[in-house]
Design a protein around this ligand. Structure first.
Ligand SMILES: [Zn+2]
Length: 279
């Protein structure tokens, strides 16, 4: 079929298999998303956490990432929005109770299921986790047990069917491994939440910056004093001797210079440390 010199391949011959390959690729990607850590690409292993975008990670990978954001080369692309462990939720997952079928690789088996419907968590069905408690359910399962679906739309709290934590259905259900459109929506939501956050922080930072103008000298003095105070007696006496030697070595002229400055000018925080050392 072409390329053997006997016939000329037309477009159909070359392109025909592409959709199949794409479908296979997509299926593999889906399986990978539900079975492997989005960051480390290792098999999901509890504790498993998820972020505001519904990606699944091994908690140890996220900790590694937070300690050194370069640990995984493309970490910033995958979970750059995670700033601390506060940005992820540890999930309560239900292990798949079905026996491993003979001939199935353990790695091929879906690890987790919905505790309500026992549907496998492998991408075939949409799943969510609840923001307040981290419990994971199939969307269909959760919808079926909601106490008051209509009332809940009006800001009334629902109860987690697994751990009885209260949650708001409209805002607390985070889809796991959402489609591109849903992910975009979650990103916008996250960006909006982040916009609200810095108000507090910037105030704090501003206060810290204001304080910083006066703080450093005070801190320096305070830091120096305890270190001498806590030094052992022998060390302290050595320091005292050194101090005495230095004073003795100081010429009268120099001493006069310092004392004149000392009395003549008001101390500022810039000079305070210097004078306290020589006084
Ligand atoms: Zn729960």
């Amino acid at each position: 079929m072409g390329n053997d010199g006997g016939s000329i391949p037309d477009r159909r011959d070359l392109v025909r298999s592409k959709p199949k390959a794409e479908a296979l690729d997509k299926a593999n990607q889906t399986r990978a998303r539900w079975a492997f850590c989005a960051l480390s690409k290792r098999r999901l292993q509890e504790p498993v956490v998820s972020c505001a975008l519904g990606k699944l990670y091994n908690k140890d990978a996220i900790i590694e990432f937070l300690l050194d954001r370069e640990t995984y080369g493309d970490g910033e692309n995958i979970c750059g929005h995670i700033r601390s462990l506060k940005d992820v939720k540890t999930l309560t997952l239900t292990p798949n109770p079905a026996p491993v079928q003979a001939g199935t690789e353990p790695s091929e088996r879906t690890q987790f299921v919905c505790p309500l419907t026992l549907k496998e968590m492998n991408g075939a069905q949409p799943f969510v986790y609840l923001r307040p408690c981290g419990c994971v359910f199939a969307v269909a399962g959760l919808a079926a047990v909601r106490s008051s679906p209509q009332a809940a739309d009006r800001d009334e709290k629902d109860t987690c069917p697994q751990c009885a934590t209260k949650y708001t259905h409209a805002t607390d259900c985070v889809p796991l491994n959402p489609g591109p459109e849903e992910e975009e929506r979650l990103r916008d939501l996250l960006a909006a939440q982040r916009l609200l956050e810095p108000v507090k922080k910037s105030k704090k930072r501003k206060a810290a910056a204001d304080g910083a103008v006066e703080q450093p000298p005070a801190k320096k003095v305070a830091a120096a004093a305890p270190s001498i105070a806590t030094a052992s007696n022998s060390l302290r006496s050595t320091l005292a001797m050194e101090e005495a030697k230095r004073k003795a070595g100081m010429t009268d002229a120099v001493r006069a210079l310092y004392s004149a400055k000392d009395s003549g000018r008001k101390e500022t925080f810039m000079t305070m440390g210097t004078f306290t050392r020589y006084a």
